[in-house]
Design a protein. Structure first.
Lengths: 354, 354
């Protein structure tokens, strides 16, 4: 990687577009002096935004694209109308061409995933990419994957998820050997699907060099922060993520309602305002914005579409960290190791696709 | 049903046993004058507790059993050591024998499920039982199932879950035609597993007589309360439930930490104490304690093992409501209807077991 981290931005992505994406880049540029941006989008709109931020001068290059993928576009439709000509395509393609180290988009997830797969393809030994996010928990943060990049997983794919998630955790959490748990259910008799059990057998056999297998974890271990990396297939992972988001919203609403119910509690709120602000900050989804596509031959970051500049800057930050700290190399070294072990492993259930 | 609702209690179940279960029954007896208890357990221990509550005199009968199923017992082990002789077995068997209208246990979930299946068997057309709970949400409450009674579900089982869950919702929520949603993921391209899509096709074809099919819902719809009944298979349901519980705990811990951080916020807490108490009450897991096994030829309620008398009384209350309001009859009438429709339905994917 050259001295600067070069970040390709799908400037048209998200509900708001350039006003939001460029603001996010400007925030990152203020904090880092080793970053460059390639901004793909409608040149007039993007330049207008870039002009607002002194910090972007000299570090942002605008590249005009004619097409912006819409949030409602189906992936197949996005590939048809946006191939080569869209801001999303070009941002990803810049990574493929070696012109950027990472691409960030707040656009439509399905379209982003489809384009990323077509352009970058998966790493040699990885069958399907995964979507991983940083999950705030009671003890700090953990990495959770797959959040919905694909549905179902055989044992080998679950092991790949563990490998890729722990590579990301080494960067995000700064641990040499992050702990890894397989998400499962707690009722003894039915302890999990066959694929999960088979993955556990393989993971138990792996050396603790780049990660340490902890065992099964349950849904409440996500909030408790029992392990550094929680592995599950995409259907369950997506539902767990959205269930947690929904629960947080629900409790925030309860809290608001109750604090507004009486004069006494409103006075209490004023006294405790700093505590409520701290809580709000802790629960702010913008703080953990930015999911990472893992398993592709290049780094792509997905930001929430409905976020603002601050939220988008979080996603750009994650992209910066992943590129700066060599995510891809870390994934590759552990993948090689795990596949060598899998070859020696008797895995009767590993082939059963769910 | 005779005039009184007759409730069979596994008095030895739960982490504490009789001191907790009998206390719970006493609370219910205080509020209802049409209830009787059959208390199965160690006679000395149970009688000692019953003697503490005036309200139980005349409405509680103690039946001695020699064996108590342990929380750590595997289901197979529980069936071996507890068949016929355990408090859990006898409580369920009382329902089978027509001596009780419902059984309630805070014992080991796997053992309870295994025994309930052996003793009561499933309803004629239902393949596997399900575990359903009342889920507090921003708009009130909903019914969510399956929470882990079985893993995986074909389209027909998902439809059965919808039918059984809506029968429960008619009682708990007091709605004639509860709305039903199928839990799914939101990414367009991969919109769900084949079985879920097939179940959606069947549910769309059903008349709105006893339930109204809403469509797919996502994880955050659980907290938002978008529909009255949320249907998913047991693996995902179990993980969603525990993820929500874990998130609630995590936020409560954040809140405690922040409110204790400064003198100002502690003063604020004092002013707003009634608001915090109301919030605590809303988030109290004891308020929604008591999951219902659905699809068996008899009603069995599972209470959390680690709850107290108040929590257990919630589970007993749910059992009372289910029996009093004819849960089984409501399930049967809707099942018949749905199976007639399924027979007329072309369902290519319905047979694909996950």
């Amino acid at each position: 990687m050259p001295d600067n981290v070069r970040i390709a931005i799908d400037a048209m992505g998200g509900d708001i577009g350039p006003a939001m994406t460029v603001a996010g880049c400007a925030m990152v540029a203020e904090q880092k002096n080793d970053v460059e941006f390639l901004l793909f989008g409608d040149e007039t709109l993007v330049r207008e935004q870039v002009a607002k931020y002194l910090g972007l001068s000299g570090v942002a290059t605008c590249i005009h694209t004619d097409v912006a993928i819409q949030m409602g576009d189906k992936p197949s439709q996005a590939l048809r109308t946006g191939r080569r000509v869209s801001s999303m395509w070009q941002a990803i393609d810049a990574v493929k061409q070696g012109k950027a180290d990472v691409a960030v988009s707040a656009g439509n997830t399905g379209a982003l995933m489809a384009m990323a797969k077509v352009i970058l393809r998966t790493l040699a030994s990885v069958e399907r990419p995964a979507l991983a996010a940083i999950w705030p928990n009671a003890r700090g943060e953990s990495i959770v994957l797959d959040l919905g990049a694909s549905i179902g997983a055989d044992a080998q794919h679950l092991v790949d998820l563990a490998v890729m998630g722990s590579a990301m955790a080494r960067i995000v959490l700064g641990r040499d050997t992050p702990t890894v748990g397989l998400l499962n259910v707690g009722v003894e008799e039915i302890k999990g699907i066959e694929e999960v059990k088979a993955a556990a057998r393989i993971l138990r056999g792996m050396p603790d060099k780049h990660m340490k297998y902890h065992g099964f974890v349950e849904g409440d271990d996500l909030g408790a922060g029992t392990v550094d990396v929680v592995v599950t297939e995409g259907f369950t992972g997506n539902i767990a993520l959205k269930t947690a988001e929904g629960t947080a919203k629900q409790i925030a609403q309860y809290l608001r309602t109750e604090m507004n119910r009486s004069i006494m509690s409103r006075i209490g709120y004023l006294f405790a305002r700093s505590a409520f602000n701290a809580l709000r900050k802790k629960m702010d989804p913008r703080r953990s914005n930015g999911a990472v596509f893992l398993g592709l031959d290049g780094i792509v970051i997905k930001s929430h579409g409905g976020t603002d500049g601050l939220g988008f800057s979080g996603a750009v930050d994650i992209g910066y960290e992943m590129a700066r700290n060599g995510l891809q190399a870390k994934i590759r070294e552990t993948l090689v190791e795990s596949h060598e072990i899998m070859l020696t492993f008797d895995q009767p259930a590993a082939a059963t696709e769910r």
